[in-house]
Design a protein around this ligand. Sequence first.
Ligand code: AMP
Length: 219
Amino acid sequence: MRVVLLGPPGAGKGTQAKMLEDELNIPQIASGDLLRIAVRNKSALGQEARRYMERGALVPDELVLRMIEERLQQRDTQGGFVLDGFPRTLAQAEALRLTLERAGGPLDLVLALLVSDEEVVRRISGRRTCRTCGAIYHLIFDPPRNINVCDRCQGELYQRDDDAEETVRNRLATYHRQTKPLLDYYERQGLLRSIDGQERMEAVHERIMAALGAAAQRA
Ligand code: AMP
């Protein structure tokens, strides 16, 4: 299955992508995670990307595209993948379409997780991420057993720099301006399924699995 998860920051894309990775045995490709690794490693890409990420703006298309195209060439993507946080602009979506036309095959489904702006701010302010395995918690809705320690791998939990409220508001504005048009783009291609992302995470997962089942039958 070749799947894209769309939605604003905090919609649950990372959580749902990880569940799909475990259940379908296909890799999660999270552009934000790849960029954060590049920032941590202080690579040329990381140093450039950091300036944009800090203020909640998008990293320029050509940098992100090069990174994702390299990732899609790795063998583990042959049986499919879940793209999380990519594409985020129409130019990225078109580049992805052309890349997949050349190799891999077209997307099977694009899932949009719909969540209101107020809910995004509420969710992100309590979000904590594991430095080691990337698992995501929420201090109130999905707390770890021990504060600041990952249940899965005992790694340290931290709050992302760009999860501060003002940056979240910028990220939301960026989403509405640059990423939301992708909903129409994929709708026109008959690939889009919208899912209420405000339900419990297990309920969202069930709806996603049902949509994937229906897409597999059509294929
Ligand atoms: P995320 O972890 O998906 O919320 O992404 C964190 C930040 O990384 C975003 O606010 C952007 O600055 C950058 N980023 C992630 N994915 C992309 C993308 N596909 N295009 C441009 N910038 C991105």
